[in-house]
Design a protein around this ligand. Structure first.
Ligand code: NAP
Length: 496
């Protein structure tokens, strides 16, 4: 439904209904779709808080060379807003960010964003949320929604001497566009999805790329197709084409990655074989051996690239598998005592995962704090809510099905689910609502049981796992996720 229809709906909000004041924290793809759904239904008493000066979340913060989404763009968009102009099957970061900003503007969500504003503390006063921003401003809302993201705060490695390096150090999620790279000797530390994507553009301009690899990754080959102007015209005329692609890519990813993650079987084996086939394209047996992981494919988040192995065989690219000992002004010294001389160190060392709305503090019913609720790690009810935090919802909350999926699709499912409760509040079916403790405990206990069958627990380290080795993601199929959230189980909530 377009925002143009929202005025009509607003009129239809008769005196029996009320319009909630809603605050959303975060304006990445999750906060934006939540805002779009609210605006489309006429709930325009809406404020979105964005700590940065731009919306787009991860697609704003990450601007490193080679940034591309490894989920097909036709699936990495909102299903109800297909774009006819995706340039490639796997588009670059700037194009994706532009799509989400365009959506925010189209639904008049953009005008409601308060940029450079952090959410510092939120407190339930018995009937509404009082929120304090980093600047000390106060906001009051009937419904509070966190869409604060999962991989937000960059992780800097604890390398002795890093601050003594005479050249430049840059993290992938805070790229410095003034950085001079031509003819420079550049280190890439990390070979997750980010580090792998960085290799080709750096190897093309730098005199030398030294790739520091602590743990090899399985890499699935995914050729990137450029779409033609004719294809764009056709998609614009027949939006069904784009919707068809959405379903095809969703099916492919859910069957291949989704099934492979949750249980052993043909899909896990097939992904493993494709990765092995890709690895076998490395001609030098010794280089191939050093690039070979010793764990099951999909255990770490699968890396997708068709150019990583060709780049690793370029003459100006060196793979270093010896662990890093320290950094000196001239470069990195590995444990074998070798100094690797460098001009730039690019950190592709990932993020402090699963922090959600932290470090914001929260106080729910009877002063129950977020610290208390998450004393044993982030947990919630079906990824969207928490006991004792009334009228509080999360898009991309704990145990959302993140990984090799489209987060745009997941956020859409969750925002649709949350809308159900927003409408109920507007219809005066309750003043406050929060999930029951026993339903939340059961959900988390069921997850723990089925977590054991997932590939994440088969013996590798990754950002999926918390300090106790428990994965923070959804251990079931994406179909179950959509099914569970399609029809909210109101009986599992406390309503007053
Ligand atoms: P990551 O997957 O956490 O990888 C971090 C890398 O840095 C790993 O290779 C890690 O080695 C290495 N590392 C960390 N600390 C180190 C140290 N002290 N010394 C040496 N190596 C160190 O981070 P990421 O690559 O930024 O990716 C994070 C997630 O972002 C991905 O899993 C994905 O979900 C998302 N992402 C998505 C896309 C996309 O196209 N959709 C693109 C980029 C990122 P170990 O393996 O040994 O720990």
């Amino acid at each position: 439904m377009g925002v143009s229809e929202s005025a009509k709906i607003l009129k239809s909000l008769d005196s029996g209904q009320r319009k909630p004041r809603v605050v959303i924290i975060g304006t990445g793809l999750s906060g934006i779709v939540m805002g779009m759904r609210l605006m489309a239904e006429g709930y325009d008493d809406l404020i979105l808080l964005e700590q940065s000066d731009q919306c787009g979340g991860t697609w704003h913060y990450n601007q490193y060379p080679g940034l591309r989404c490894d989920v097909p763009s036709h699936y990495y968009q909102y299903s109800f807003e297909p774009s006819a102009t995706w340039s490639h099957r796997f588009c670059g970061g700037a194009e994706i960010r532009e799509y989400f900003e365009r959506m925010a503007k189209k639904y008049q969500v953009f005008d409601r964003i308060r940029f450079n504003t952090t959410a510092k503390h939120a407190e339930w006063n018995g009937s509404e949320w009082e929120l304090e921003t980093g600047a000390g401003d106060k906001l009051v809302s009937d419904i509070l929604i966190s869409a604060a993201g999962i991989l937000v705060r960059p992780k800097h490695p604890d390398l002795p001497g890093l601050d003594t390096f005479a050249g430049k150090v840059v993290h992938s999620a805070r790229w410095d566009h003034d950085l001079e790279l031509a003819d420079k000797k550049v280190a890439i530390i990390g070979c997750g999805s980010t580090g792998v994507q960085m290799h080709k553009p750096l190897a093309e301009v730098c005199s030398k790329v030294v790739s520091f690899q602590r743990t090899p990754q399985w890499v699935l080959p995914v050729p990137n197709r450029k779409y033609t102007a004719f294809g764009h015209k056709l998609s614009a005329k027949f939006p069904i084409i784009s919707k068809f692609y959405y379903k095809v890519f969703r099916f492919a990813m859910e069957q291949m990655m989704g099934r492979g993650i949750i249980k052993d079987g043909w899909s896990r084996k097939m992904v493993g074989k494709l990765c092995q086939w890709n690895l076998n394209t490395v001609k030098d047996p010794e280089l191939r051996r050093r690039l070979t992981p010793n764990y099951t494919a999909l255990c770490k988040r699968l890396v997708m690239s068709s150019d990583f192995y060709p780049v690793m065989q370029m003459p100006n690219v060196e793979l270093v598998t010896e662990n890093i000992d320290r950094v000196e002004p001239n470069g990195i010294v590995t444990k074998d005592g070798v100094l690797h001389e460098l001009d730039v160190i690019a950190l592709a060392t990932g993020f402090h995962a699963n922090e959600y709305m932290l470090p914001m503090t929260m106080s729910g019913e009877d002063g129950y704090t977020l610290d208390q609720a998450w004393a044993k790690g982030p947990r919630g009810y079906r990824t969207v809510a928490m006991p004792k935090f009334p009228n509080f919802f999360m898009v991309m909350g704990p145990h959302s099905p993140v990984g090799n999926f489209s987060l745009a699709s997941i956020a859409e499912t969750q925002s649709e689910h949350i809308m159900h409760f927003v409408k109920m509040w507007a219809e005066r079916k309750f003043d406050k609502i929060s999930p029951r403790e026993d339903a939340t405990d059961k959900f988390n206990a069921d997850m723990l049981v089925d977590m054991k069958d997932t590939v994440w627990t088969t013996g590798c380290s990754s950002w999926y796992l918390d300090e106790n080795g428990v994965p923070g993601s959804w251990p079931w199929t994406a179909t179950k996720f959509r099914g569970d959230l399609k029809n909210p189980r109101v009986q599992e909530y406390l309503l007053n």
